[in-house]
Design a protein around this ligand. Structure first.
Ligand code: ADP
Ligand code: MG
Length: 393
């Protein structure tokens, strides 16, 4: 089934509710990184040009009930600055006062609802909340890829109640991941990193038959190294996953997994720890691996540069600390230099790429971590399934 897009939705003269992903980091009440706001603008702009009224909503952080520190207000201010249009902050998520704010908003202004997670019914997809959201508009557009793998009132519930379509950002995300899922040009190389192997074991298992090589770094590689029978010292290991990982390594796709040849180790978990480079197969007792080593960067880099399709998720080390950044920076550089189709997903990998100023040098920079992994695992995203009901083709 095809997901309906803005091309399929008749919005002229109507009020449209847009679910964007404006979940940005705040510091002292100011937006610290507006990547997701910028990414949401094309859909909002397109709808502003065609619809009678545009109402935008999003979640922000993880509030427990109403929390003034997680109000959408600073996000709305940045949205107005970047968009060059007026943004009216609604006093809540749903209800009569919110409906009045929408009805009274000046022409051309966008109304921003409060943080959807101020409502306890958001994450439980409560029918009453979904109904109240749907009553605010005539049409619904979901543009939030980052939450598409969750069944929430503002993503699934409202899409079941109003004629709905995917926004341009969600459309681009779905196209990028479908391309990797259905017809990746080969060689297809996946690079996995990040802290925990338990988060990504499912996707590694489902990707292995499809890829040519799976390069693994980051905190998760030590569980694989230990399962392979090597000494990992004090490195991060998830003992409960060892058996499962062993089966994966010894299974049919196991030979496609490439583990780091060398590791940057530290004598403690600190930015200013003592450092050394050691073989990946022999981490000395008392030391912990915090980055992939230079030889691994060289090998991974060579494989990545000559690939036709690349998916990268998760940093290669504790890149937040400068002494353990080279592995992630090296992989980011190689992905940026690859001429094939390159997709980078996951908050921290995207942050690393942007830190290097190379975000324009990849084919697709995803705004979602978990949702992209869920798609590559072959799972149906509930928010996308809810849109497909409205497909006419
Ligand atoms: P992403 O957000 O890209 O999906 P994750 O959230 O899974 O990535 O993992 C990112 C975190 O993993 C970072 O905070 C990084 O410091 C941490 N990390 C990477 N390598 C290691 C390591 N060797 N030991 C401990 N933590 C690590
Ligand atoms: Mg993360």
């Amino acid at each position: 089934m095809r997901v309906p897009t803005l091309d399929d939705l008749d919005v002229a003269g109507r009020t449209v509710l847009v679910r964007s992903d404006l979940n940005v980091p705040l510091r002292d009440g100011v937006v610290e990184d507006d990547f997701r706001i910028r990414a949401s603008l094309p859909t909002i702009r397109e709808l502003r040009a065609e619809a009678e009224r545009v109402v935008v909503c999003s979640h922000l952080g993880r509030p427990h009930g109403v929390d003034p520190e997680l109000s959408m207000r600073p996000v709305g201010e940045r949205l107005a600055d970047l968009g060059g249009f007026g943004v009216v902050q609604a006093p809540g998520v749903v209800g009569a006062q919110v409906a009045a704010t929408i009805a009274e908003a000046p022409p051309g202004a966008v109304v921003l609802l409060e943080n959807t997670r101020f409502e306890p019914g958001e994450t439980s997809n409560d029918p009453a909340l979904a109904g109240a959201l749907a009553s605010l508009a005539d049409r619904f557009v979901n543009d939030a890829f980052g939450t598409a793998h969750r069944s929430h009132a503002s993503t699934v519930g409202v899409a079941e109640r109003l004629p709905s379509a995917a926004g341009r950002l969600l459309q681009a995300e779905l196209e990028a991941f479908s391309r990797l899922l259905e017809q990746p040009a080969q060689p297809y190389v996946v690079v996995m990193g990040g802290a925990k192997v338990s988060d990504k074991l499912g996707v590694i298992r489902s990707l292995l038959p499809k890829v040519d090589l799976m390069l693994i770094g980051g905190g998760m590689c030590f569980t694989l190294l230990e399962a392979g029978g090597y000494e990992v010292g004090n490195s991060l290991v998830e003992e409960s996953k060892i058996e499962e990982v062993k089966e994966l390594l010894e299974g049919p796709g196991g030979s496609k997994i490439v583990l780091p040849a060398d590791i940057v180790v530290a004598d403690r978990f600190a930015a200013d720890a003592e450092r050394a480079v050691v073989p990946g197969t022999a981490i000395p007792e008392g030391w912990m691996g915090l980055d992939i080593g230079p030889e691994t960067v060289r090998r991974f880099g060579g494989v990545i540069r000559s690939a036709e399709s690349v998916f990268w998720n998760g940093p290669m080390g504790v890149f937040e600390w400068e002494p353990f950044r080279a592995g992630t920076a090296g992989v980011a550089e190689a992905v940026a230099e690859c001429d094939g189709y390159t997709v980078v997903g996951g908050g921290d990998s995207v942050a690393a790429l942007r830190m290097l100023g190379r975000e324009r040098d990849v084919s697709h920079l995803s705004t979602g971590g978990g949702a992209g992994l869920a798609m590559l695992e072959g799972r149906t995203l509930p928010a996308v399934a809810a849109l497909e009901r409205w497909s006419t083709s």
